[in-house]
Design a protein around this ligand. Structure first.
Ligand code: ADP
Length: 330
């Protein structure tokens, strides 16, 4: 294409310009010289245009992400959250990801400081959604959530989230070193504290077996971690942050028995003295809980102590029977 244009320009220049005496040979040479310099630049511009076109799809996605008119924005509060003293109260809370389609209905619940509250129920019952309201990932559509009597909306979101840790198998692993993955979002953490957190989380052994120990890059572009290993990284992160409130989403996919035991052991260390909201898939967690809350289709259908609920022979009792029949898997 560029060659054809060049040939046309040369023919036009030689046949028209010189015989009319409108352009001297010196000017023509300058003209050609400039032309030669311009051609590569034109090619670069063409290339950039092609590249820009190929980015259109991704640019559209970024624009969609940055759109503000279709996302809920929370007003930050003014109160600094320092520590949980009495507990968390849900008062007639309704919530829907789409306000017209409620996922949680009329949730009234007290979570006492220092206790373990287990959320039980089938898949899609609303357990994770209920837990996600505590770090204020979402706002109730109706009702209130109080922390030590203060509406959750009055707290500075960052100060609150600093005191809440979530441990789950779905934990996000960043494409960086194990060290950074454990200490992420924390500043000035010394090496000894990271090492100790990994030790208490029963993660030290597998970390030290990796090619570069704590410097090994993990994540999509590094070494992939197993579900059990991810969960232990999450436990190490939580230990390092020393949270007041711990949201524990138990493993749903099968772990080998060694991983399972190591995780149980480290969770016991992590949960001591903290307020724990456990999304429970196994009876073992429920048995140890101070309070069990049974959810069905976004509603609380039973709540109370484990033994107390079993004696009522209601929903928990039927889950209990079912899990026993399945050999305590779940
Ligand atoms: P559970 O933890 O008990 O399995 P969830 O809280 O994850 O239940 O889900 C409750 C309901 O909310 C389900 O119907 C689920 O499909 C829906 N849901 C969960 N997360 C989202 C989301 N991010 N956007 C829209 N709907 C969601």
């Amino acid at each position: 294409m560029a060659t054809i244009i060049l040939i046309i320009i040369l023919i036009v220049a030689f046949t028209n310009l010189i015989p009319n005496g409108q352009m001297q040979p010196a000017s023509l040479l300058t003209f050609l010289f400039v032309l030669m310099r311009v051609m590569p630049i034109r090619r670069q511009i063409d290339g950039a245009r092609v590249r820009l076109n190929s980015f259109q799809g991704s640019l559209g996605n970024v624009k969609e992400l940055l759109r503000t008119d279709d996302k809920p924005y929370f007003k930050d509060g003014k109160v600094q959250f320092s520590a949980l003293k009495r507990g968390i109260e849900f008062i007639s809370v309704d919530f829907g990801y789409d306000p017209n389609e409620p996922v949680l209905h009329n949730i009234t619940l007290t979570i006492k400081q220092g206790q373990t509250t287990a959320l039980v129920g089938g898949s899609g019952a609303g357990k994770s959604t209920l837990a996600d309201l505590i770090p204020r990932f979402y706002e109730p559509t109706q009702g209130k959530i109080l922390i030590d009597g203060v509406d959750l909306q009055n707290f500075k979101i960052n100060s609150l989230r600093r005191k809440v840790a979530i441990v789950s198998q779905d934990t996000f692993i960043f494409n960086t070193s194990i060290r950074n993955n454990i200490a992420y979002a924390l500043e000035d953490i010394d090496e000894a504290a990271i090492y100790e957190a990994a030790r208490l989380a029963n993660a030290l052994e597998f970390i030290l077996e990796m090619p570069e120990g704590f410097d090994t890059t993990v994540g999509d572009r590094g070494i992939r971690l197993s579900g059990g290993q991810r969960q232990r990284i999450a436990i190490a992160r939580a230990l390092l942050r020393n949270p007041d409130i711990l949201i524990l989403d138990e493993a749903t996919s099968a772990l080998d028995s060694v991983s399972e035991r190591l995780i149980q052991e480290s969770l016991e260390k992590l949960t001591v003295g903290r307020t724990v909201i456990a999304i429970a898939h196994r009876l073992s967690t429920i048995v140890r809980a101070d309070k069990v809350v049974v959810l069905e289709q976004g509603r609380i259908v039973e709540q109370g102590g484990y033994q107390e609920l079993l004696q009522q022979r209601g929903k928990l009792w039927s889950y209990h029977q079912m899990q026993h029949e399945l050999g305590q898997t779940g």
